[in-house]
Structures are given as C-alpha cells and as structure tokens.
Design a protein around this ligand. Structure first.
Ligand code: MD3
Ligand code: FE
Length: 199
C-alpha cells in the first residue's frame, strides 16, 4: 500500500481470476438491461468515461446537472446490484448496511476522469468501495481542497479500494489507463464499480 491518505485502504489482488470473471459475468447482465451512456457535464462536454449503474439509484448528468436518479436515461429502473458485488462490500466494510448504488464506469483507451470529489450522497459517513476490472488505471489522490500534492497509484484488475474517513472527501481521479495491460475484457479497457450508500 503506497498511498498514505487516512481512510484509504487498498486490497491489492483482492479478487482472483475466477472471481473477476464471475463479477464480469454479473456486470454484463447489468449492462444488457441498462446500457452504457456518456454523461453530459454541466459545461456541455461529454464525459470520456461510459457509465451505467445498478441498485435503487444511479448517477446521471444532463443539462440539469449531476444527480442521483432512480431511472436510467432510457426511463427504466436500474437492475439490482449483483450479489457477488454486495458480497465484496460486506467483506471489506463489515457493514450490515448495504449500498444503494453500484456505479459502473467503463474506460476505453482514451478515457480519463478529472480530479473531483464525491459529494452527492446524503451522508459522507459511509465508505465508498471500488472494484477494478480489466486494464490498469492510474489513480490520483489529492486533498480535501483543490491543489496541493497528489499521490498516484496504478489500480489493477481485481484490486478493491475502500475510501472512508478523510479519504471519503478527498479529490481523486483517473489520469489514464494502460491499454492492453489485462486480458480480462476481450475488447480491452477498464471497468470500475463503485459502491455507495446514497440515502
Ligand atoms: C476517493 N471513479 O466514479 S474509483 C467515481 O476508477 C470515481 O472509476 C474512479 O472516482 C474510477 O466517482 C475512482 C476509486 C474512488 C471512488 C470514490 C472515491 C476513490 C474515491 C471517493 C472518495 C475518495
Ligand atoms: Fe469519484
């Protein structure tokens, strides 16, 4: 574990190959019901990351801004969060409380996510759990306010990260992916699942 921000906990190689493939099968079923879309940022630009979600809430963005919604942009409810994914949350957090959102991000070779904070949830007391699948992604962690020193870490397929405490409110993003670094996804790219308590 290289990053030293309090509350940031990396479980490197948490999922073995068979477990990664099982989660992937479950994610594909989610994507079949709730296809990926590219959110439009409030400035009008399309995000490079493709997104969808499972659970009671998904995260959407349009001319009205960013928000959680009970509906996919096509107007349908989100599929349920796969049991394999809920099991990961339970194992790494030990919480009885279950997440209401499993955001699914897909990074193609050129995709990235700028530094931002996750603060659309009603309470910041709950951790966020992230599961990486496929190509490696260069994760960057900043501070509670914009600016200052940042720390970078390559997230690999099967890594699970828990952000709680101070880390929960820190700026973070994905600078780039390393295309072709994993054989998990036949078409390449990186999938990231983030589990959150929303209400
Ligand atoms: C640190 N996703 O969806 S996951 C996001 O890899 C997001 O797709 C990135 O940032 C991705 O909002 C990073 C790791 C992560 C997720 C949530 C956090 C790190 C976090 C919340 C607070 C601090
Ligand atoms: Fe985030």
């Amino acid at each position: 574990m290289k990053l030293s921000v309090k509350g940031f906990d990396i479980h490197s190689g948490f999922l073995d190959g068979a477990e990664q493939r099982a989660v992937l099968v479950a994610v594909r079923a989610v994507v079949a019901k709730a296809p990926f879309f590219r959110p439009v940022m409030p400035n009008g630009a399309l995000m490079s990351v493709r997104m969808t979600a499972a659970g009671k809430y998904g995260w959407v963005s349009d001319e009205k801004g960013y928000r959680y919604s009970q509906f996919h942009p096509a107007g349908v409810a989100w599929p349920e969060i796969p049991t394999e994914v809920l099991a990961i949350w339970r194992e790494v957090t030990g919480l009885e409380r279950q997440p209401e959102c499993c955001l699914v991000n897909y990074y193609g070779a050129e995709a990235k996510m700028g530094l931002h904070r996750d603060r659309d949830e009603a309470s910041m007391e709950w951790p966020v759990v992230s599961v990486s699948l496929g190509d490696e992604g260069l994760f960057r962690m900043g501070n509670m306010t914009r600016g200052g020193k940042t720390q970078s870490h390559w997230l690999r397929s099967g890594d699970v990260v828990v952000m709680g405490g101070e880390a929960r409110l820190a700026y973070h993003g994905i600078d780039r992916i390393r295309a072709g670094s994993s054989k998990l996804l036949p078409k390449g790219g990186r999938l990231n699942l983030t589990l959150r308590v929303v209400e």
